[in-house]
Design a protein around this ligand. Structure first.
Ligand code: NAP
Length: 260
């Protein structure tokens, strides 16, 4: 299927590794020129080169912290009027909410709610003027089914979800669509580091903890960031203009429900 987006431009945030990288690669395979960001310049440049070699498209690497004004300004300077925006950033740390003060919460809100909103604000009017825009926010399965140790993630991402639900319906008539993808367990560094903590606490090998998580999932495995990327590319495609304000859970069936 031709996704109909060859020649479009995308900003994919937090994309040197993991899910962001999967999205950038999938978009690039469709002929989209991608601007990718991450804090670590070296890994980011390596990923940019891998995507160039795999796809032949133009890849611009912008090193910076996307949760800061400066990081966002740098990404937007490299790609001022993207047709596609994939919002992503690191997730907040786990813990007990009694230990989190205001600064911790502001950091989580900055990363997982206010940064995506700031980027949407910066790019949406030109999208409306061009009558094409695709915005995907990478949130988390925790929005649907809260993870007890990830209270800040549960809260901040739910805030973004509520905001997006309203905005998506205000801009859809201009062929600008905003959707969220909710990852369940995908085999990335993030999953590995949360598994490492669980393994340490239980005094067990990390691979055993990951294998156990995989077995517990209805699909019998954890997700591959590349397959996450394909789903993202479809939501960014020319054919996705009637998919509005949705929350696509990709979790191998881990969320036990008869509907949705
Ligand atoms: P990951 O493998 O740790 O990769 C995170 C990527 O984001 C890296 O490229 C990292 O590069 C970049 N990054 C992190 N903070 C950034 C910042 N402030 N500014 C710019 N770039 C930043 O993580 P992932 O598993 O792909 O997760 C992506 C998002 O999905 C996270 O919010 C995570 O909580 C959420 N999620 C993941 C899963 C899962 O199973 N993997 C499940 C649910 C939700 P630098 O470190 O160099 O900046």
């Amino acid at each position: 299927m031709d996704l109909g987006i060859a020649g479009k431009r995308a900003i994919v945030c937090a994309a040197s590794r993991g899910l962001g990288r999967g999205c950038a690669m999938a978009l690039a395979r469709e002929g989209v020129a991608v601007t990718i960001t991450a804090r670590g310049a070296e890994a980011l440049e390596r990923t940019a080169e891998e995507i160039r070699v795999a796809t032949g498209v133009s890849v611009t690497a912008v090193a910076g912290d996307i949760t800061t004004e400066a990081g966002r300004a740098a990404a937007l300077a490299a790609c001022p009027e993207p047709d596609i925006l994939v919002n992503n950033a690191g997730g907040p740390p786990p813990g007990d909410f009694r230990q989190w003060g205001r600064e911790d919460w502001i950091k989580a809100l900055d990363a997982n709610m206010l940064t995506p909103i700031a980027l949407i604000r910066a790019v949406i009017d030109p999208m409306i003027a061009r009558r094409f825009g695709r915005i995907v926010n990478i949130t988390s399965a925790s929005v649907k089914s809260p993870i007890p140790t990830l209270g800040m993630s549960n809260g901040a991402r739910a805030g973004l979800t509520g905001f997006v639900a309203g905005l998506a319906r205000q801009v859809a008539r201009h062929n600008v669509v905003i959707n969220n993808i909710l990852p369940g367990p995908f085999l990335t560094d993030r999953l590995r580091s949360t598994a490492e903590e669980a393994a340490r606490a239980a005094g067990r090998p990390v691979d055993e903890v990951i294998a156990e998580r995989a077995r517990a999932n209805p699909a019998g495995r954890v997700g591959d960031p590349a397959e996450f990327g394909f789903a993202c590319a479809f939501l960014c495609s020319a054919h996705a203009g009637f998919i509005v304000g949705q929350n696509l859970l990709i979790d191998g069936g881990g969320f036990n429900s008869s509907m949705g």
